[in-house]
Design a protein around this ligand. Structure first.
Ligand code: 13P
Ligand code: SF4
Length: 306
C-alpha cells in the first residue's frame, strides 16, 4: 500500500480529520480533508465531529483547534521547529506593560499568538477579518499585536486609533518582500495583478491591487478574469492555487513575489510524520484548562462578529 492510502485508512479507522494550512507542502495539501487560511481552519475545527483532529500547520493553529475543542484529541505531526516565530513576539509580560499604559484600550490579538496570549486578549482576529474585528469594537483606541504590518492595514481600513504592539513585531517571511522585488516583476509582467498578504510591509500594501488573506488571494485568482498574478505571500500558497485551478481545469500564470519566501516552520511536516502521528497518536496538544477557558472566549467572540 502507498503511504497516502495507509494514511487514509488510518484516518478512517480512528475517525480523524486532517486540517492543513495553505502553506503546507503540496503532498500534505493533497491528502488533507480541509485546506484553508487561519479563519477557515478555526471554523472547520469548531464544526468537526471527528474524534481526532490532526493539524498540519504551525503551533498556534493546532492550539486554536484545541482551544475550540478542549474535549477532543488534537495532534500535530511534528513538534520540533513548528513554532511560528511571530506568535511568540507578544508574551504576557509585554501585554501587562501595555495594559498599564492604556488601561481603557481593548486588546486585539492576531491568531498568530500563543494560547497564553489569547487568554489575555479581549478578542482575536485573523488576516481575513482584522479590519472587521477592530471596527466591531466600541472603543476608538485599540491595542493590536503582534504584527505591525497587519496593524498598518487595519489603520488604513478603519477610523480607529490603533497602537501596534510590540514595536517591530512581524513575520520574517513576509518582511522579506521589498518594493524593488515588486518593481522588477512588474517590469517583466506589466499586466499581472498584484496580490499582497497584509503581513507584508506597508510600501507593498500601498502598491497592491488587492490585499488579502491566503484564502482571499485564492478567491481572487479563481474568480477574476485576469490571467496573471504576482503572489505576495509564502510560496506554499502557489501549491494551493495550482491545486484549485487544476480542479476547475484552468491555468493561470502565478508569479511568486520572491521564490525564497519560505516559512521553514510550515515545511517541517511530511507524509511520513503524518502517518506516524496517526499511528502513535502524537504529538498531542495539551493546554492549561484556565488558559483554554479564557482563550476560547477571545476566539469565539471573533467568530461571532458577522
Ligand atoms: P492566513 O490566515 O492568511 O492564511 O495567514 C496565516 C499566516 O500565518 C500568514 O503568515
Ligand atoms: Fe508565522 Fe510567518 Fe510562517 Fe505565517 S508565514 S506561520 S506568520 S512565520
Amino acid at each position: 500500500m502507498k503511504i497516502e492510502e495507509r494514511i487514509k485508512k488510518l484516518k478512517e479507522e480512528k475517525n480523524a480529520v486532517i486540517l492543513a494550512h495553505n502553506y503546507q507542502p503540496k503532498e500534505i495539501q493533497k491528502i488533507a480533508d480541509f485546506l484553508g487560511d487561519s479563519l477557515e481552519l478555526c471554523i472547520k475545527a469548531k464544526e468537526t465531529d471527528a474524534d481526532i483532529i490532526v493539524f498540519c500547520g504551525v503551533d498556534f493553529m493546532g492550539e486554536s483547534a484545541k482551544i475550540l475543542n478542549p474535549e477532543k484529541k488534537v495532534l500535530i505531526p511534528e513538534i520540533e521547529g513548528t513554532q511560528c516565530p511571530m506568535a511568540h513576539q507578544l508574551p504576557p509580560e509585554i501585554i501587562k506593560q501595555y495594559r498599564k499604559l492604556y488601561p481603557e484600550a481593548p486588546l486585539v490579538v492576531y491568531v498568530n499568538t500563543t494560547a497564553e496570549t489569547k487568554a489575555l486578549a479581549d478578542i482575536t482576529c485573523t488576516s481575513a477579518n482584522a479590519d472587521k474585528i477592530v471596527n466591531s469594537l466600541k472603543e476608538d483606541l485599540v491595542l493590536f499585536g503582534p504584527d505591525n504590518n497587519l496593524a498598518y492595514f487595519v489603520k488604513k481600513r478603519t477610523e480607529k486609533k490603533v497602537i501596534a504592539i510590540p514595536e517591530g513585531g512581524g513575520c520574517y517571511v513576509h518582511k522579506k518582500f521589498t518594493l524593488d522585488d515588486l518593481k522588477k516583476l512588474k517590469r517583466k509582467y506589466p499586466n499581472a495583478k498584484v496580490l499582497i498578504h497584509p503581513e507584508c510591509n506597508p510600501e507593498l500594501q500601498d502598491h497592491a491591487d488587492h490585499i488579502a488573506s491566503t484564502s482571499g488571494i485564492l478567491k481572487i485568482v479563481l474568480n477574476s478574469e485576469d490571467e496573471e498574478f504576482i503572489i505576495g505571500t509564502e510560496v506554499g500558497m502557489i501549491n494551493r492555487l495550482e491545486i484549485e485551478l487544476e480542479k476547475i481545469g484552468k491555468k493561470k500564470k502565478l508569479i511568486p513575489l520572491r521564490k525564497d519566501a519560505i516559512c521553514n516552520e510550515m515545511k517541517k511536516i511530511t507524509l511520513e510524520k503524518l502517518e506516524k502521528c496517526l499511528l502513535e497518536e502524537k504529538y498531542e496538544i495539551k493546554l492549561d484548562k484556565e488558559v483554554i477557558k479564557k482563550a476560547k472566549i477571545a476566539i469565539e467572540k471573533m467568530l461571532e462578529v458577522k
